[in-house]
Design a binder for this molecule. Sequence first.
Ligand code: SAH
Length: 484
Amino acid sequence: MSAALFPLFADLRGRAVRVVGGGAVAERKVEALLHAGALPHVGAPTLTPRLAQWAEQGRIAWQPGSFTPDWLDGVWLVIAATDEGEVNRAVADAAAARRLLANVVDDAELSSFQVPALVERGALQIAISSGGHAPMVARHIRRQLETLLDESWGSLVALLGRQRARIRARFPEMGARRRFFEQLLAGTVPRLLRQRQDAAAETELQRALSSTAQAHAGTVTLVGAGPGDAGLLTLNALRAMNEADVILHDRLVSAEVLAMARRDATRIEVGKSAQGHSTRQDDIHALMLEHARAGRRVVRLKGGDPFVFGRGGEELEFLKAHCIAFEVVPGITAALACAAYSGIPLTHRDHAQGLRLVTAHCRDSLDTLDWQALAQERQTLAVYMGVAGLETFRERLIAQGRAAATPFALVENGSRRTQRVVTGTLADLAETARHHQVRSPALLILGEVAALAHTLHWHGDAPLAAPASQHPDNIDAPTLSRAA
Ligand code: SAH
């Protein structure tokens, strides 16, 4: 059973459902069916006292005797709840022959539909299924939800149901309606309902509906998506992604992170490529402006942190100049994530008192860096976008006096499932990167602390080292001997 089940809430009001079996299990199923307004047709030689009572009251129909396929004539669904495997199988077979969905209690194999574990708050129903694999897990989650959701959710759904037509008329546009609901849910109405002040809640909702407050102007939220592991998103990032109408994301943002966003938000990839950098940035500005001016909530989602080599500053200046309101949600930048996930403390009392974040992605940036300062010892360099210019990088640092034996770690796809860490010394930096075919996105960490990757690694595979054949004289160096 590899494919997922298709979840479905069935309207069984006034519809006949065959229940085969008259014991305690059948009684529970019948009770659930009655709750849904269905007409249970129970077939069994005998009934529990309660089932018998319902039969007397005419709430259910009783067919005495043993199962025959014609019991399935004219029903919408079938539930087999006997404790005889033979009978259950016969019911399942007969149902399949008639293209009827059948549930065989406690037998996922025989069932063509499953009854989920359920949390109910009035008309609000939360159904949980483990696809028949682990009903205990579904029940466990149901208990957790039971404690999480108080009864007022039912009142809220009922209240909004009563006002549904008015709300639609007041906010005919989907986006505006959704914002109204979001504000409402974050406001006083749910609190009043929790306090069992239903009348006051209704008044408050009426007030919100008749208030002539302007529909919201669009906004842009600059959100740091972190390095890839969705667990590194902040709660504020999640909230912003949940409220977004439009998400403009970089190519660097992982699929795992994007999957956390509101399902029906429009996702637009605005990944930057090496060519056409500046036009692309203009396009991004134009897109932000267009959607914000249309009153939408725009999330500009960037890898890592928006203010670390993310051009977040430029984008905000642009928004400011065009009077678009904005917010910023910081993210975990690659240097922090790569360091953490490769076991490299960026500062260390014994090895590094400082940290520099630099980028070295093109000749221009290489030429404008202060190499003398970068070559100082007892500091850590975190180099972004550095896969290409490694030769030049090494030459300049060594020329300014940085020891050739300074350890480095290249962290590729940091924090992701595909993370690789490649280590060595400044002397063999470019060759080692080439040997292991390190690809973007990768972050270079250079400094004494990088050697700690061998002892402190905890995520993914152990660090890879320089190829032994290339530097036979290095083979006994501590950073190499431990990496196999
Ligand atoms: N704003 C981003 C950086 C964007 S520049 C941040 O704060 O992280 C893009 C560079 O970041 C890449 O070339 C790479 O050097 C680095 N980078 C981003 N994500 C990374 C990851 N998951 N693993 C390694 N490096 C990463």
